[in-house]
Design a binder for this molecule. Structure first.
Ligand code: SF4
Length: 363
């Protein structure tokens, strides 16, 4: 049985684990802050890392559950290569158990129950990316940290071909994992939920210490990744203005006031079907609080057509980028500056205009 499993191409020796001294055959995985102690023959809580004979293996190397072209704005990354296109990919499994997960069919799927996915190689992914003419790769839909081994190999090849790499993450990777990714990752969307409140994370997501996410963001900052922060506002149980104030203050103090911040609307899904959609007024009130704390680029997400989908110049208020959903409908910058007042808009990477299905030309 052991030999059969190890022969499978999706099973590879894992990174970032060590034996536990005094516990014969046990290992601890140091990839995310859960730091699972794993007995021989057992899985970590993400369900895709297994202790086989006293060594830790990933079971999802090149075993994808999805591969799609997306506009970068969908991640959301609003200030990183605007209107570019990315090849998005995921595996099954996740280290979080969010009761509202929109992608629960892949994130909560466990390999031991049978779903695998389709096999690809890092070379195959890059070939597909070049054939499709995308600008970069994004590791997303489930928590990409849990498939770091594949992410690293694909990212190395992507870099060689001039593609960028981004990830959408819940921020629970350890600083060691961020270190392992190093300069291979160019940008990250770090997704908080419920204002990062401890009781919310415990009750709704089975996560003990959301404050560790801030530690991880600092590690990302030190690697010079482009960072945009999102927060899912869940009505009634995760919409406390005090938590948004605290989060916004932390971002201003640690990442700077020009960091894009997104407040995302919740919609009922998976096990949280009894809650309503987040009222737009709630999102607007929280956006005001974030701006009062000093954040200059605050967005409201999942409300197509809302004025806070656009980018306004912090210097004079002129709308420099207009969006409709994930579509960029106007891009009016001169050498990265507001054409009216000359304020330098904080954007990394140039406008690409390759978003799938939305061809527009820059002004
Ligand atoms: S990546 Fe998986 S196995 Fe490793 S610590 Fe996190 S949940 Fe546990």
């Amino acid at each position: 049985m052991r030999l059969d499993l190890l022969k499978m191409p999706n099973v590879r020796k894992a990174k970032l684990w060590e034996p536990i001294s005094g516990r014969e055959g046990w290992v601890v995985c140091n990839l995310c802050h859960k730091r699972c102690p794993i007995a021989p023959g057992k899985y970590g809580v993400c369900g895709v890392r297994k202790n086989i004979g006293g060594e830790l293996y990933t079971l999802v190397y090149g075993l994808l559950s999805a591969l799609n072209i997306d506009p970068i704005e969908k991640k959301p990354l609003m200030h990183f290569y605007p209107a570019s296109s990315v090849l998005s990919m995921s595996t099954v499994g996740c280290n979080f158990f969010c009761k509202f997960c929109q992608n629960w069919e892949i994130s909560q799927r466990r390999l031991e129950r049978g779903l695998l996915g389709f096999r690809v190689t890092p070379e195959g992914v890059i070939r597909k990316a070049l054939e499709l003419g995308v600008d970069g790769l994004t590791y997303t839909y489930n928590e990409p940290t849990i498939f770091i081994e594949f992410m690293i190999d694909a990212s190395k090849l992507a870099k060689r071909e001039g593609l960028f790499n981004t990830m959408v993450t819940n921020g629970y990777a350890t600083p060691e994992a961020v270190d392992e990714l190093g300069s291979l990752i160019d940008a990250a969307t770090v997704d908080f939920k419920g204002g990062g409140a401890r009781e919310f994370y415990l009750k709704v997501m089975n996560v003990r210490d959301p404050d560790l996410i801030y530690e991880t963001i600092l590690a990302m900052r030190d690697k010079k990744w482009w960072i945009e922060v999102t927060n899912l506002v869940v009505p009634k149980i995760g919409d406390d203005p005090g938590h948004i104030k605290r989060m916004a203050r932390w971002i201003v103090d640690n990442l700077g006031p020009e960091t894009p911040f997104h407040l995302l609307r919740f919609h009922p899904d998976y096990k949280l079907m009894d809650l309503p959609w987040t009222p737009v007024e709630t999102l607007e009130r929280l956006a005001e609080i974030a701006m009062e704390e000093g954040l200059k680029y605050v967005y409201i997400g999942n409300v197509p057509g809302h004025p806070l989908e656009n980018t306004y110049c912090p210097g004079c208020g002129y709308m420099v980028i207009e969006r409709k959903g994930f579509l960029v409908t106007k891009f009016d910058l001169k050498n990265g500056r507001c054409p009216r007042c000359g304020y330098k808009i904080n954007i990394r990477g140039e406008y690409r205009g390759t978003s799938p299905g939305f061809p527009i030309s820059a002004l």
